[in-house]
Design a protein around this ligand. Structure first.
Ligand SMILES: Nc1nc2c(c(=O)[nH]1)N[C@H]1C(S)=C(S)[C@@H](COP(=O)(O)O)O[C@H]1N2
Ligand SMILES: [Mo]
Length: 375
């Protein structure tokens, strides 16, 4: 994580082709045209790093037209020295590179029954990239956080009115907060490079927050304003959206979505793929978790009665997904079979068979099943 150059040294995989120019996303699924919401067709997954022009795009408002020369990041609120940083100043500060998987909290929503509200993502509102930028902790230290401060609020330059329920109170910006304890972790960056290239406009150019281990909504794109606050932030994007029910104190309490849940996804075979009978087939996918590491992936070909270990293909790197494979020999008789994958992390967390309705239409990590046709 401290290494500025090679955060995934064990894989030997190249970052893939250079990002294409704006708006060129070969083969991504359009979930919504305006604002731009694009999904990676997960069966096309190849490498541990997803190239920039193959990385899912999740945006709530039109992409703001920002220029590096006029962009500024302001840091204010409960700080000793409110300050404003230009793009050149940001780029001149000591930088680190972190590999991190971003998953949209609504990824997998297409599998929920009854039909869920919101964009119906299948498997691919997730990606893994390297992010280069300035640790947020360094910027907060420069500004001097006042005693009694609790959170940092992050505002994006994008804005608009949410017309569907729950409606926004007029025009708002995309904004989220982090508790100071997470904001000060060394992996949390104000990033300006993605896979070694300048952030594409769709992914937050000139700079975005990257919050490894948390669902994607925390990683505010087109970052323009930081406000240190002494009271918990209750803005639209962590109350009316991206919040779920927690029952820790008896009464259900609405709390913001935060850390990612452990999850394995099968890239291949794809749903309803035809697999030759009786011949070894390479089942392949990725697995990730939140503030921990994936320690194992298991596969079941018998409706979850028995599980066999898959092979992890790369070393554990904090916050980055791991690729895995499992050589499956389907029966010699033709028929339909269902493959299931489940991951476990270092904290012993694994995946449930069903979606917990308290999570509403977020944090979907129930064990996924892929039905194939053996013939
Ligand atoms: N400013 C801003 N930041 C944002 C969003 C947004 O709409 N506006 N979407 C969030 C959500 S919900 C996700 S999942 C991630 C997606 O990041 P990506 O588009 O780079 O994949 O960005 C987050 N940051
Ligand atoms: Mo998201």
């Amino acid at each position: 994580m401290e290494e500025a150059t090679d955060p995934l040294p064990e894989t030997g995989r190249a970052p893939g082709p250079a990002a294409a120019s704006r708006g060129t996303f070969p083969g991504l699924i359009t979930r919504e045209k305006d604002p731009m919401n694009l999904e990676l067709p997960f069966p096309t997954l190849e490498d541990r790093l997803v190239p920039n022009n193959r990385f899912y795009v999740r945006s709530h408002f039109p992409i703001p037209a920002l220029e590096a020369a006029s962009w500024q990041l302001s840091i204010g609120g409960a700080v000793q020295n409110p300050l404003v940083i230009s793009y050149d100043e940001l780029r001149a500060l000591p930088a680190v590179t972190v590999a991190a998987t971003l998953e949209c909290a609504g990824n997998g929503r297409a599998r929920l029954t009854p039909k869920a509200k919101g964009l119906l993502w299948e498997q691919g509102a997730v990606g893994n990239a390297t992010w280069t930028g300035v640790p947020l902790a360094a910027l907060l230290a420069r500004a001097g956080v006042q005693a009694g401060a609790l959170e940092v609020i992050f505002e994006g330059a994008d804005h608009g009115t949410v017309a569907d329920e729950p409606k926004s109170p007029g025009a708002i910006h995309f904004a989220r907060s982090l508790p100071l304890a997470k904001a000060r972790q060394p992996e949390v960056l104000v990033a300006y490079l993605m896979n070694g290239q300048s952030l594409p406009p769709e992914h937050g150019f000139p700079a975005r927050l990257v919050v490894p281990g948390w669902y994607g909504m925390a990683s505010v794109k087109w970052l323009s304003k930081l406000t240190v606050s002494a009271v918990p932030y209750a803005g639209y994007w962590q109350t009316l959206e991206y919040a779920y029910w927690q029952r820790a104190h008896g009464q259900p309490t609405l709390v913001p979505v935060t850390e990612m849940l452990v999850k394995a996804e099968i890239a291949r075979p794809a749903l309803y793929e035809v697999v030759p009978a009786g011949q070894p087939y390479r089942v392949f996918g990725a697995a990730w978790t939140g503030e921990d590491e994936v320690t194992g992936v298991e596969i079941s070909a018998d409706e979850g009665r028995t599980w066999q270990p898959a092979q992890l293909l790369d070393a554990a790197v904090p916050f980055a997904w791991r690729l895995w494979e499992f050589i499956w020999t389907p029966p010699t008789a033709p028929g339909r079979h269902t493959l299931r994958a489940r991951a476990t992390d270092g904290a012993g967390r694994t995946q449930p068979p069903a979606h917990d309705p308290d999570r509403r239409n977020y944090m979907i990590n129930k064990i996924a099943a892929v039905e194939v046709v053996v013939q």
